[in-house]
Design a protein around this ligand. Sequence first.
Ligand code: ZN
Length: 301
Amino acid sequence: MMMKNWLSLFAAGWVWMAMAGVRGEGANAQPSEAVFAAMIKAWQAPAEPLHVAGPIYFVGTKGLCVWLITTPAGHILLGGGMPQSTSLIVDSIKKLGFKVEDAKILLSNHAHFDHVGTLAELKKLSGGKVMAMEQDVALLASGGKTDYLFAKEERLQFPPVTVDRALKDGDTVELGGVKLTAHRASGHTPGCAVFTMTVEEGGQKYAVVFPDGTSVNPGTRLVKDPSYPGILEDYRRTFALLESLKPDIFLAYHVDDFGFPAKRERAAKEGAQAFVDPAGYRKFIEGRKVKFEELVEKEGK
Ligand code: ZN
């Protein structure tokens, strides 16, 4: 139980921060090997796929979310999970009655191994086009080797993938009557992206936000000798963007960021209603923003 709590905190990025505080190493502490191994295990463990709302389905793992958005003209996959998770994602798509070959668009939320690890393989399997925010294109092509933190951490890298369409802030991604808007949410990676869309379920419309870019990995420098020039301003701009959005439903990429385990349990009876959580969204963003500013202040001292 203790371990589980630690894991969920860790996946959300807090344990790295908490450990940094305990060790007094600022934002530069690294997780222990045992914690790292347990976290990776949860990220690669299988999970049942699930219908969420309208055309949106969950096809991720126990710890990580991958979103399948279906249309009559083919499908969109948002996020990709760990490099070892391709077969789990493909199986989940099949279980729902869809085919990976129909995935026409593969969207990157941000170029880290736990979210784009399968993209190269899924691109081969599906022939789909990979799309990412333009500032992450080079990072995706390098397989993470140009990352501002993980350039020398081979185990935190992923199979390189070529982007077919570089997205700019405000661009839309459209397929079969479905439209997503891409918002630049730089900081966590230079081309981190937040996607928004509207879905319909049972005659009701829901604003959906896929928030990202709120956590700070250990070793990131925001103030002194910044990890990249402008990272502090980028993060603050990302928080302002996220605060400006008013979703009915928010779906993140780590299950604990939006209470997925409890929501999916309720969804068995309540359907899409189980995911309606505007207050939870505001609480999530506000909490992350407070933590971020604490890190900034600590580093400035
Ligand atoms: Zn990341």
